[in-house]
Every structure is written in C-alpha cells, then in structure tokens.
Design a protein around this ligand. Structure first.
Ligand code: PMP
Length: 284
C-alpha cells in the first residue's frame, strides 16, 4: 500500500514518525475518516470543514489547501486502486523535541498522515439487513466530543465490552440520556418522527448526520432534535445509527430488549437508501 506522510507518497513500510510526536505521546492529534464508493469520495466538503474546525479548536495549523487535500485523496485512491473503502487522515501537532505538556513553538510542522483501507460490502453491508445489537455504557469521555481527536481509548474499551457481551456496539449514556454511539450518532423512530440528540459539545457533529437530516427533511420526514433515554429507545418503533463508514445502520436491540419487531424497520431502510443515493450523487 502507498501512504502519504508529510508531502511524500511512500510504501507503508517506509512511512516513519518520531517517537516524540505528540500524536503518539499525548494523543494530540485530530482525524477524519471518509468513505470511497465507486472510486469517488463521499462527503468531502463536510469532512474538510470539520477537520478545519477541529484544528482551530485545538489551535493547530496545517497549511494544505482544499485543492491539495483533494489531490492527496485522489492520488491515494488511484495508487491503491480503491473502488470501495476508506481514507484515513490524521494531523498531529508534530514535535520532535522532548516530552512537554506545553505546545511546541508556533511554526512547528504538524505530522500529516493519510492512508486508504480497501473494503468490500460498505454499501452492500450484510449487517444493514439484520441490524445490530448494542449495550449501554456510561459516557466516560472528556467533554469536548465535538472535536474529533484520536483519543479513542474509551470507545475502544466500549467496543471490546460490547463484543464480550455478544453484541456489536455500545451507546453511551450521560445524566440518564443517550449521548451517541461509540463511533456513531444515534437515532430512534417513533411513529413518523426521527428523534436524535441536538448538537453540542457532548457529541461529535457527524457529517453523515448533517446530510441525513437534510435528506430526511427534503423527503418531508419529521425530525426532532432532543436527548432520549435508553428506556425510550427500547420502547421506540425503530433505532439506527449513522457514521461515514456505516452510513445508516439499523439497531434492533438495546440492553437485551428488542426494538420494535426486533428487525430493521422501514424508516431506517428507506433512509439508508436515500442516503446512499444522494451522497453518491454529490461524491467527487
Ligand atoms: N460520533 C462519534 C463518537 C464518532 O466517532 C463518529 C464517527 N466519526 C460519529 C459520531 C459519526 O460521524 P461521521 O458521520 O462524521 O462519521
């Protein structure tokens, strides 16, 4: 695989980063994951806008232009023959000096890494037909979940706990209400209404979420942005989550309680179809 590191395209074995890099030592890095379908990049603008916001919230700078980002994505997709897959992008604050809590001086170059991951069945995911099962866990993450940092230890622990319980994923709960999934935004459906938590520092502002809500509104579906409890989710007609790599994924069980008929419902199925169709139309 050919990867990108700080301006160079390299075989993955040759892409090396300093052991003093703050991404490695401090988790001082932000990232994006973008889907590729039919060789095209989905939601490019959305991911680039969020990346810029994450950088700015952390007072990090990276001087690559929108055109350069597009070129790097396209170059990696072409060099690695990616028809269906993901592009992972990470920017850390760099630093080749000794470990220090303080940020390095302005002008210290960030470490920019991009690589592709080939996938099959992203669009045609068999899990979309069966739905997935989740457990709930307390949300023990920090309180700036709107910044997409690489501090993913707790989500990682949550996925391991879900797997140990024989389930697929975890939904986080804070002050009695669902915040989001371990790596996705969550929704419940009650009658004709789609309910999802409003944006704040408590959740990541999902790119898939933003587009999905737009497409749902265009399809005259009713949307309510507010928090909800696990009990309300368990009593809902349907549940699902969204993320850049899973698109719209039905959730059929929460904490051992089946949701609705215990299988993917019509609203989630329709939204998945609409999302794939519309986001592919807008792909570049
Ligand atoms: N919340 C969290 C915590 C996530 O890690 C992700 C995946 N990036 C999402 C929500 C979904 O965001 P997006 O639709 O932009 O992938």
């Amino acid at each position: 695989r050919t990867v990108y590191l700080n301006g160079a395209y390299l075989p993955e074995e040759e892409a090396k980063v300093s052991i003093f890099d703050r991404g490695f030592v401090m988790g001082d890095a932000v990232y994006e994951v973008t889907s590729v379908l039919g060789g095209k990049i989905l939601e490019f603008e959305g991911h680039m806008n969020r990346l810029a916001r994450s950088l700015s919230e952390l007072e990090m700078t990276c001087d690559l232009s929108r055109e350069e980002w597009i070129e790097i994505h396209r170059e990696l997709i072409a060099r690695n023959n990616i028809d269906e897959g993901l592009v992972y992008l990470q920017i850390s604050r760099g630093n080749a000096g000794d470990r220090d809590f303080h940020y390095p001086p302005a002008g210290t170059p960030p470490t920019v890494v991009l690589y592709t991951q080939a996938k099959t069945n992203l669009a045609d995911d068999p899990k979309a037909k069966t739905g997935i099962k989740v457990i709930s866990l307390p949300d023990l993450r920090w309180h700036r979940r709107d910044i997409k940092t690489v501090q993913l230890l707790y989500p990682s622990m949550a996925k391991m706990a879900a797997e140990a319980a024989g389930k697929n994923d975890a939904w986080f709960v804070e002050d009695g209400f669902v915040t989001e999934g371990s790596s996705n935004n969550t929704y419940i459906v009650k009658g004709n209404k789609i309910i999802t938590r409003q944006l704040s520092h408590d959740i990541l502002h999902g790119i898939t979420r933003a587009s999905l809500l737009k497409y749902a509104a265009e399809a005259q579906m009713e949307i309510e942005e507010r928090p909800y409890t696990i009990a309300e989710a368990q009593a809902a007609d349907e549940a699902f989550f969204t993320s850049a790599s899973a698109f719209v994924m039905p959730v059929v069980e929460v904490d051992n309680v089946a949701i609705g008929a215990g299988k993917p419902g019509p609203v989630a199925a329709r939204l998945r179809e609409i999302y794939l169709e519309e986001s592919l139309k807008a792909a570049i």
